[in-house]
Design a protein. Sequence first.
Length: 190
Amino acid sequence: MVRPAKTKQSATRRVPVSRLPWKLTSTSRQYTTRLGRVIGRVLRGGETIALYGPLGAGKTALVRGIAQGLGAPPTAVTSPTFVVIHEYQGRLPLAHVDLYRIGSLRELESTGLTEYFSGQTVTAIEWADRGLASLPQDRIEITLSHRAAQTRMIQLSVTGPKSHEVLTLVHEQYSLTDRVRRTATGPSTQ
């Protein structure tokens, strides 16, 4: 189950700046993927999503959900560790980037990564810290960390106005689907 950290619900449409970063707990890969689907459904095109976290933290599972939310086939998404960039087609194009093996600025430039930052392509970048200087100023940042064998802490933050608008929509949609799920299955055990 993925659930928001215990806070009062916002009465406004925007996630208040004081509530960012937004922290969630995921108790399974399926719930991490579900969060990704919500993110994918609200993306408008041209967003950059910087992903941080150790090996096995769930970065690819989250991108798989984003791809599903964009309408790409879920089985198509695999980690692009050895090829650096995978592209998927949905209602918006998705570039799934893995910078794990990038060792220098020259290698990063040779990937053509910055070409994805213009136009409608959504760019999800695993190991984004290895190319931070090349990333757009306005981006969604998601950090995943291990809490237990299947439990992950997911922290979502933003660096600009466009990413703030998107995260606001994610927060609204996620909260709505979580309430619907709790209603269908009974009260959440937090």
